[in-house]
Every structure is written in C-alpha cells, then in structure tokens.
Write a new protein. Sequence first.
Length: 105
Amino acid sequence: MKKVKNLLINRFTIILFVFVVWMAFFDENSMLRQYNLSQELNEVKKVEQYYKTEIKNDSLEVLLQQTDLKAVEKLGRERYNMKKDDETIFLIVRDDEKKEPEVKK
C-alpha cells in the first residue's frame, strides 16, 4: 500500500512540475509573455501621458492665439521667423530642445 501511495505521489509531483514548467515557459500566455506585455503597457502609458500633456499645452496655446494679438505676433516671430521691415533676425538654436519619447516596437 505504501508503495502505491509513493508511486501516486511521485506521478502527481512529476505531472505538477511538467504543468508548471509548461505554463511558465511554453504556453501561449506564459509568465514571460505576460511580463513582456506588462512592460510594453507601461511604456505605452508613458507615451500616452506625454501626448496628453502636449495636447493640453497646445490647446492652451491655441486659445491664447485666438484671444491675444501679441501672442499671435510672438508666434509668428518665434516659429515662422517673421519680422517687421526695419528688423534683423538672429536665430539661436539649442541642442537640448524637448524631444518626443521613442516607442519600441
């Protein structure tokens, strides 16, 4: 009786071990795949947050452009290098300007 009990326990142990290994590494929804998907989700959430703040900033700028003539003049001068007839423009370019985050594929 004890021999049969040990044999069953060993079979169940082996089957359980094989099942856990299969689920952890070989299954379509393995733990490794779940971990990679959660990392990708975190990256996408960061990019989403970046674009939400950019949309908010741009919306405020559009509202300002619609209501303030001095803001329109400032935009024309800074972005589009517009000038009055009696002015000279000097451009200063910085390397540390804000860049978009990269999305890994």
